[in-house]
Design a protein around this ligand. Structure first.
Ligand code: ZN
Ligand code: ZN
Ligand code: ZN
Ligand code: ZN
Length: 213
């Protein structure tokens, strides 16, 4: 156990299972049928990095005697280590996979400069590794960003439409008020028009009177 501790390069570990994302309350993925739920829920800590995984998600019946190593220290396709694969391995920050350049080929992935959260846990990436966002996670991220952008645009359009509708409503209300006023004006307007006809006469008479004075 002491030897295991000495080999443990990360001072602290993550809280969520790196396979399914399940938090301290348990895994999201149902445990395999061959494991009792309480055994499946046991967490394995990677001896080389902050990753943790449940026994169930790792599909292991018992804890490995020499400690457990997460899947991010070997290429997921060829299973080689970084030194076996030309001295460079890419490890995804969003999922528990690592891959070598040869196996990745031309598939696009996102470079990730650093992982400050893991540095806070006392983990520093060996020189032969680079943090990335793998092709799948990169796609997911792009899709999420596009979705968020679309949502923001839809919200903006909705707000603009609501504002326009409110303006139309206000204009209609104003028009209705004006029409109502106009109706009453027209009603009284008939009388006023008559009065208006009479008024100029009287006013001109008044003006004449003024002029005569
Ligand atoms: Zn899990
Ligand atoms: Zn690991
Ligand atoms: Zn490979
Ligand atoms: Zn990934």
């Amino acid at each position: 156990m002491a030897r295991l501790k000495a080999a443990d390069r990360a001072a602290r570990h993550e809280v969520s299972c790196c396979a399914c994302g399940g938090g301290p309350d348990g895994c999201v993925k149902p445990p395999p049928a061959f494991l009792a739920p309480d055994v499946a829920a046991e967490r394995l800590r990677c001896r080389n990095c902050p990753r943790i995984m449940s026994l169930g998600c790792a599909r292991l019946v018992i804890r490995p005697r020499m400690g457990w190593q997460c899947p991010q220290h070997h290429c997921r396709s060829c299973n080689r280590t970084a030194s076996e694969a030309g001295g460079l391995m890419f490890r995804c920050v969003d999922c528990p996979i690592a891959f070598c350049a040869e196996c990745n080929g031309e598939a696009p992935f996102d470079a990730v400069e650093s992982n400050p959260e893991w540095e806070d846990m006392g983990f520093y990436l060996p020189k032969s590794f680079e943090y990335v966002r793998c092709t799948d996670c990169y796609k997911v991220r792009l899709e999420r960003e596009a979705e968020e952008k679309e949502k923001a645009e839809a919200e903006r359009a909705e707000a603009a439409a609501a504002a326009a509708a409110a303006a139309v409503k206000a204009a209609a209300a104003a028009a209705a008020a004006a029409a109502a006023k106009g109706k009453s004006k027209r009603k009284g307007g008939a009388g006023k028009a008559d009065a208006g006809k009479a008024a100029p006469a009287s006013s001109s008479r008044g003006a004449n009177k003024k002029r005569h004075r």
